[in-house]
Design a protein around this ligand. Structure first.
Ligand SMILES: Nc1nc2c(ncn2[C@@H]2O[C@H](COP(=O)(O)OP(=O)(O)OP(=O)(O)O)[C@@H](O)[C@H]2O)c(=O)[nH]1
Ligand SMILES: [Mg+2]
Length: 279
């Protein structure tokens, strides 16, 4: 397995800036990709949050395996932790999220109200890996498009405070990864779901990794996408399967091109609702 690692200077800078701003923040909202709830958890965030209220969003739930999403929600719940699953692309109603933010900030609000403030401002920051939907959620909260959104990692460049219709103020932050993935599978999963720039890794390596996982956990989806049968699949190894699929999809022997196409289809949910982390 070739090593995948992506921690450019701007991510380190963003991490440091977030640390500096933590003093101003009442609730840290950690946005995860519901398809890789564990692998998309940045270990640096747990350290930054300290004992502040911590709200975890499993975003892109529309693309994830619903059974596993439920299990992960349960697993992440705990003291000082608030957890919810969300599809921020199709769901414009953020009432549930607003309610949860207010619940998470209740102690802080009570303290300010005791000092005489009425309806005090709640400051939250959204943090998470690149491309997990932070800016999309913010635009939903604000009610119109204030934050740049894009179907690739690294769209948000700097940190900006944004105001909503309610008393919540939000800090949008660039996607942050961490210096070293202890488990190389984490790098492969992040690459598969678009958190790592495509030019950093070999698409065929990642495609093969995904094929092996689909074979194990989502065989029916693989049969359908590969336009083959279960019997055929048992007779062929992953590299030959990748070549066969390249041909089936009319790309002759250009499996580099097919590998990238396959990952793009996977990311869009065209292989089905897939979750690659199991609790
Ligand atoms: N299907 C689906 N797509 C989503 C969801 N949330 C965001 N997206 C899409 O995911 C892509 C990335 O969204 P962004 O909001 O730019 O992600 P980000 O976390 O701000 O990314 P960076 O700024 O690069 O770190 C966009 O194409 C969004 O339309 C979701 O819940 N479901
Ligand atoms: Mg963004």
């Amino acid at each position: 397995m070739a090593t995948i690692q992506w921690y450019p200077g701007h991510m380190n800078k963003a991490r440091n800036q977030l640390e500096e701003k933590m003093g101003l923040i009442d609730v840290l909202v950690e946005v995860l990709d519901a398809r890789i709830p564990q692998s998309s958890r940045n270990p640096m965030i747990e350290k930054l949050v300290g004992d502040k209220p911590h709200l975890i969003i499993l975003n892109k739930a529309d693309l994830a395996d619903p059974v596993l999403t439920k299990m992960w929600q349960k697993k992440f719940s705990g003291k000082g932790k608030f957890v919810m699953a969300m599809d921020s692309l199709h769901n414009t109603n953020m009432q549930v999220l607003v309610r949860m933010v207010k619940k998470a900030a209740i102690a802080k609000v009570a303290k300010l109200e005791a000092k005489g403030a009425s309806n005090p401002v709640i400051r939250i920051a959204l943090a998470g890996i690149p491309n997990c939907g932070k800016s999309t959620i913010i635009n939903r909260l604000v009610g119109h498009n204030v934050a740049a959104v894009g179907n690739k990692p690294g769209v948000t460049k700097g940190q900006t405070w944004l105001k909503t219709q309610t008393n919540i103020q939000i800090l949008d932050t660039p996607g942050i990864l961490w210096p070293k993935f202890d488990d190389q599978e984490v790098g492969y999963k992040l690459a598969a779901f678009g958190a790592i720039k495509d030019s950093i890794f070999h698409a065929d390596d990642v495609a093969l990794f995904v094929l092996a996982n689909l074979r194990k956990y989502y065989l029916a989806n693989l049969v359908k996408f590969a336009r083959t049968t279960k019997e055929q699949l048992t007779k062929i190894n992953d590299s030959d399967l990748l070549l066969a699929m390249t041909e089936v999809y009319g790309m002759r022997d250009d499996y580099d091109r097919f590998s990238l196409y396959f990952l793009q289809r996977l990311r869009k949910g065209k292989v089905g609702r897939i979750t690659l982390d199991r609790p």
